[in-house]
Design a protein around this ligand. Structure first.
Ligand SMILES: [Zn+2]
Length: 428
């Protein structure tokens, strides 16, 4: 059934590719996705978190409600040949394919009539702002009380859009020619750091200043000195950048800024490394007698793969591509905001190939439309059918066996705990 509607599915995916929009600005993308679902006869709730949309397809009787998600946002890569000339936005993470496969799955369920055989429902969600970017723009949205969180899924959890969801699924693209059914991933804390010194004439009176750039340099050296203490099994990644190095070359820098993520594969591991990074940042300020302000932002939680879901998905994947092209578990040291969902409910985030070039780079291209757009839709639809057929036997079993790492309440208080500002002064 999906094969008969191939052109429509690829058409929507490519339409979204040709008009990339960044997080919390996906107005046209939301409109296109909503229209596609409305044409299938569904009622669509729009602009659920500034942008984004949600619609539910019900089976013959009540049962588990499974969310199928497609992320709406693009990334910025000015070097990519298809990037928008002004904004640099381009779908170099392939989120347009997620929307295509989500739509393809809906067509498969409706056009075949199989939805009328299922117990439970499927909620299709176009989710905004997966990429943790344009932080200043998002801070403005926060100041205007338009969002509470940088990430779209975090915002949707907070707004209650996952309250009626029992299980979550989505497919992401990966540069490969196969399928990874149950990847896990690192989570992270985001950090903004400001070293505050004292300006002075750099030639005539350097002894009268406090050099904030020197504080930053010392802190970077101290972070590097901490790297040998990160346990291998935590998969820690710390990758700071200097976003402001000073004002004018003949003035001792008084305002120097860094940004960083502290990534790891468990909440405990991330917290441990983050503590060490903060010590290093304070050490830099202490070394020259400056002040340091550290702003911590909740990033994404590590991605967990539900084993039972992963087994079901594996059995379907080997029907769709050669068995030797299907991997079960791999750990990705990048991060996905789907990780937050995976702490609250049984979740799976399979990765499907068909792409050449790395994610977020100028080389990224979908080279196998069949695999990226169509096989991924088939993988999702067959997994949904397995979950909700036979009185949703498998879906209910997964829910029975599942122990959430966090309840929604615990999740929201963790977000509060992570959001904090640390200010230390080491001036005489
Ligand atoms: Zn992505």
């Amino acid at each position: 059934m999906i094969d008969e509607h191939k052109e429509k599915i690829i058409g929507l995916s490519e339409d979204i590719y040709n008009q990339p929009e960044l997080g919390y600005k996906e107005f046209e993308t939301t409109r296109k996705v909503s229209k596609a679902f409305e044409e299938l006869g569904l009622d669509v709730e729009k602009d659920i978190a500034i942008t984004g949309c949600k619609t539910t397809l019900k089976g013959k009787q009540d049962g588990p409600n499974v969310a199928l998600m497609g992320e709406l946002d693009a990334v910025v890569c000015h070097e990519h040949p298809d990037a928008n000339k002004e904004t640099g936005a381009v779908h170099a993470c392939g989120h347009n394919a997620q929307v295509g496969s989500m739509f393809g799955a809906a067509i498969g369920l409706i056009a075949s009539g199989v939805i009328d055989e299922l117990t439970g429902s499927i909620t299709f969600m176009g989710v905004p702002a997966e990429e943790f970017v344009e932080l200043e723009f998002r801070e403005q949205l926060m100041d205007k009380n338009q969002i509470k969180y940088f990430g779209g899924k975090q915002e949707l959890i907070y707004r209650g859009y996952f309250d009626d969801i029992d299980i979550s699924l989505m497919c992401h693209l990966l540069p490969s020619n196969g399928i990874v059914v149950g990847p896990t991933g690192n989570g992270f804390i985001g950090k903004k750091v400001q070293f505050i010194g004292k300006e002075s004439h750099a030639g005539a009176m350097p002894e009268g200043g406090i050099n904030a750039l020197n504080a930053a340099n010392l802190s970077l050296a101290a972070i590097n000195a901490q790297r040998e203490t990160f346990p291998d099994e935590d998969n820690i990644r710390v990758h700071p950048i200097i976003t402001k190095g000073g004002d004018l070359v003949n003035i001792v820098p008084a305002d120097v800024r860094l940004e960083s993520y502290v990534r790891g594969n468990s909440i405990e591991g991330i917290k441990d490394a983050n503590k060490k990074v903060n010590k290093a940042l304070k050490a830099g300020a202490m070394g020259v007698g400056a002040d340091v302000k550290i702003t911590e932002l909740p990033g994404f939680l590590p991605l967990i793969a539900n084993d039972e879901l992963s087994d079901i998905c594996y059995d379907n994947a080997i029907q769709l591509v050669d068995k030797d092209k299907v991997e079960d578990h791999i750990h990705m040291t990048g991060s996905f905001d789907f990780g937050d969902i995976s702490h609250i409910m049984p979740s799976l985030h399979p990765l499907v190939g068909g792409v050449s070039g790395d994610l977020h780079t100028r080389e990224f291209q979908v080279v196998d439309k069949e695999l990226s757009y169509i096989t991924s839709a088939k993988l999702l639809v067959s997994t949904l059918i397995d979950l909700l057929s036979n009185q949703a036997e498998k879906g209910n079993q997964i829910l029975k066996d599942f122990q959430p790492k966090l309840t929604k309440k615990e999740y929201l208080s963790l977000q509060e705990e992570i959001s904090k500002e640390i200010y230390e002064s080491y001036r005489d």
